[in-house]
Write a protein that binds this ligand. Sequence first.
Ligand code: BV8
Ligand code: ZN
Length: 246
Amino acid sequence: MTVISTSLAQALREARLVAVLTGAGVSAESGVPTFRDAQTGLWAKYDPHELATPAAFRRNPKLVWDWYAERRAKLAEVEPNPAHHALAELERRVPHFLLATQNVDGLHARAGSRNLVELHGNIARVKCSACGAIAGEWSEPASSEPPRCSKCNAFLRPDVVWFYELLPADAQIAAEKAAHECDVFIVAGTSGEVYPAAELPQRARRAGARVVEVNPEPTPLSAIAHDVLRGPAGVMLPALVRAAFG
Ligand code: BV8
Ligand code: ZN
């Protein structure tokens, strides 16, 4: 049985605005490998920090396109898990709510989260690598090379934020505003190593929010959390929502 402190349950009940940051760990129980899990199969020899970059795409567009095509194909078989559903339920229970996710798997939206910003984009969407035209959702099987833009003929690419790329300004601004104004900030399933996303819980703490970490392992963010729920998000988040709202 997971024990949630009465003061944390009360803080959630009394919160006007709750902000959440999620990482790959909240999709782990859906069967989506996290970044720190060893890359499986063909990708075992590539480091995502190397592959998820504009330079890698310029150097070898097919390799990068195929990596995303394989991840996209796997996503077609997975479902949101209790962690995603608990966050959608929490959004329905509090007056104001914002969920900022680092995940590109679309599972929060599929679980019903509405006030959601995708800080690192969405793997299901593709765009032109040159003129930026959005080519919509893509599910074609991998071909000999990435498909080309119908407007300028440059290669299409996944509409995700690679390392060394800026985050979508509107998403980052909304997430930073929520971090500054929230009463409770929940950070779940992230190793807290990628910036600027990892800055959000620290901003919330400095602004006076109560910070809650949900992660089976300690992370650099554990030190700034008032409450640490040391366990899987699929167990801890439903327990937290139940303790606060029954
Ligand atoms: C930027 C989309 C400005 C793509 C991703 C030096 C030079 C240049 C840049 C930098 C630099 N130093 C730092 C930077 C900035 C860099 C950065 O932070 N690097 C890190 C590695 C140090 N950031 C950037 O480049 C960002 N842009 O800064 O622009 C700029 C511009 C030019 C030059 C300089 C700066 C862009 C970052 C976005 C990158 N894109 N994803 C794709 O998905 O393919 S990042 C990707 O990795 C994810 O989105 C996520 O953010 C990150 C992985 O982190 P997590 O989600 O936390 O996952 P992880 O596997 O690490 O951890 C899983 C956690 O879950 C663990 O803690 C585990 O314990 C836990 N867990 C496991 N099971 C469960 C669980 N928790 C709960 N329940 C469970 N069941
Ligand atoms: Zn184009």
